[in-house]
Design a protein around this ligand. Structure first.
Ligand code: UDX
Ligand code: UDX
Ligand code: ADP
Length: 480
């Protein structure tokens, strides 16, 4: 098994593969890093001269790419060539939740991972280390290894689990200063050699004591558990937000008070319209599926509640808009500030905005969206995708008829300017916590809106005192 790494390949040039490999290349000038993808457009965008057009929007990413691209960082569609040359291959392909068949709506769809493994086995001519970077169900490494060894012409492969903990929007910062790097591998001698080879890569910039090595399954399970715990904190505070609204308590005050207990901690206690992103829901549903598989229904139900509470939070927000607007939003102009699942990213996967919009569209609202980074086509695609792939046990409009593509196109308007989106609106719904929203000319916005002028702040970032004094009818999360 290779012990010294000079060439790395990464399959998958998405939100995980792109930034991670860019940072490895920047920090390790002696290692050649090639990122490959079957999506030609994506690779072309990674190679474009105009660094503001990279396929992933991340603060700091253009600078890192500028430093390393063409030197020891390459983006290519030649998947086989990259695999053949590299001693170490990262798998960073997408693992969506299955939309059909066994485990539909819950289990991770591993078809991309399996295809990768087969491709590696097919083209490899030397022993290789394969690193799983995508979030995967526990014991996937085992399946990857089985495929590699059965198809791999007698070569030796070692599979490592190296879960990604970076958060979007702060990916580069997170990669520079990780809380920890986790590497899981086999306990035999080859397994230990493989682990050491990857430790040596990270040790170029991560202090050694922050690099933890474990057995394979602990590493795989840690990733799911970390995301489940983080999501659980948000659902816990969101559950309390509902109670605050009824009792006159203020959820931000409660969060501050409990967060000062060092056993609880202050981070990840921001109540919101609901968590989104490609990881939290998917990983929890994955965990739930795993628990059922091992006949642990109580454990499965415990974690599933975290997702159900999140569905409820999104639904509650939409319902509050409809209730406040005198029980109907039909034909009313609702401005959406933000569509991304959080600020500083153009990623919209599982964004709360999609679900809130969907509920309002079922009531025939006219939605005018402004997001500083998300493109119009993405917004339409998100709404259309939801009509086809709705989770059956979610709280939203599951029993209702899907909205047609034509209806979506006629009811949803996307703006490049926030003020035109808000002009003459009945209500504003703030879905993403982009900083610029705080600094708008709210007096002018108020003048241009229909009265009463409603604002639903799904992130609690607006100045309550200022907006109320201007005359807005402001609804925040968890404020009675
Ligand atoms: C998450 C994990 O943080 C990261 O470690 C893992 O590798 C991938 O999944 P990410 O999905 O990029 O990262 O974003 P994160 O910052 O965790 O936010 C997830 C969602 O929770 C967002 O919709 C965010 O707005 C929401 N959130 C987060 C809250 O509503 N309140 C909070 O206090 C924190
Ligand atoms: C608790 C709160 O800590 C305290 O802030 C509050 O004022 C009163 O309730 P206490 O019940 O005295 O204090 O003990 P605590 O140390 O919190 O432990 C409670 C239980 O949880 C014990 O049975 C303990 O063994 C158990 N525990 C605690 C665990 O099983 N695992 C842990 O990691 C921590
Ligand atoms: P993530 O957030 O996990 O990075 P993305 O969807 O952003 O997910 O990126 C995954 C990338 O992996 C996509 O660009 C997709 O085209 C690519 N991909 C999937 N399967 C393969 C494969 N067999 N070979 C090469 N690239 C693949």
């Amino acid at each position: 098994i290779p012990s010294k790494i000079t060439k790395i390949a990464c399959i998958g040039a998405g939100y995980v593969g792109g930034p991670t490999m860019a940072v490895i290349a920047q920090q390790c000038p002696h290692i050649q890093v090639t990122v490959v993808d079957i999506n030609e457009k994506r690779i072309a965008d990674w190679n474009a001269d105009d660094l503001s057009q990279l396929p992933v929007y991340e603060p700091g990413l253009p600078e890192v790419v500028a430093a390393a691209r063409g030197r020891n960082l390459f983006f290519s569609t030649d998947v086989e060539g990259a695999i053949r040359d590299a001693q170490m291959i990262f798998m960073a392909v997408n693992t969506p939740t299955k939309t059909f068949g066994v485990g539909k709506g819950m289990a991770a769809d591993l078809k991309f991972v399996e295809l990768c493994a087969r491709q590696i086995a097919k083209v490899a001519t030397e022993d290789k280390i394969v690193v799983e970077k995508s979030t995967l169900p526990v014991r996937t490494a085992e399946s990857i290894k089985t495929i590699l060894e059965s198809e791999g012409n007698g070569l030796t492969f070692r599979v490592l689990s190296n879960p990604e903990f970076l958060a979007e929007g702060t990916a580069i910062e997170d990669l520079y200063k990780s809380d920890r790097v986790l590497i899981g591998g086999d306990e035999d001698a080859d397994g230990q050699t493989a682990i050491q080879a990857l430790v040596d890569v990270y040790a170029n910039w991560i202090p050694r004591e922050k690099i933890i090595t474990t057995r394979l399954w602990s590493s795989e399970l840690s990733k799911l558990t970390a995301n489940a715990f983080l999501a659980q904190r948000i659902s816990s505070i969101n559950a309390i937000s509902a109670l605050c609204e009824q009792t006159g308590a203020d959820v931000d005050e409660v969060a501050r008070a409990i967060g000062m207990d060092s056993r609880i901690g202050a981070k990840f206690l921001k109540s919101s319209v609901g968590f989104g992103g490609s990881c939290f829901q998917k990983d929890i549903l994955n965990l739930v599926y795993l628990c059922h598989h091992f006949n642990l229904p109580q454990v499965a139900d415990y974690w599933e509640q975290v997702v159900m509470l999140n569905d409820y939070q999104k639904h509650r927000f939409a319902k509050r808009i409809i209730d406040s607007l005198f029980n109907t939003v039909s034909g009313k102009k609702i401005a959406f500030l933000g569509w991304a699942f959080k600020k500083d990213t153009n990623d919209t996967r599982e964004s709360a905005a999609i679900y809130v919009a969907d509920e309002l569209l079922h009531d025939r609202a006219e939605i005018h969206v402004y997001d500083p980074q998300v493109k119009a086509e993405q917004i339409y695609a998100d709404l259309e995708y939801l009509q086809k792939h709705r989770r059956t046990n979610s709280h939203s409009c599951s029993e209702q008829e899907p909205i047609t593509v034509d209806e979506i196109r006629s009811l949803v308007h996307v703006h490049n300017d926030a003020y035109t989106a808000m002009d003459n609106a009945h209500a504003i719904a703030l879905l993403t916590e982009w900083d610029e929203f705080k600094h708008y000319d709210w007096a002018a916005v108020y003048q241009a809106m229909k009265k009463p002028a409603f604002v639903f702040d799904g992130r609690n970032i607006l100045d309550r005192k200022q907006l109320t004094e201007l005359g807005f009818n402001l609804h925040s999360i968890g404020k009675g």
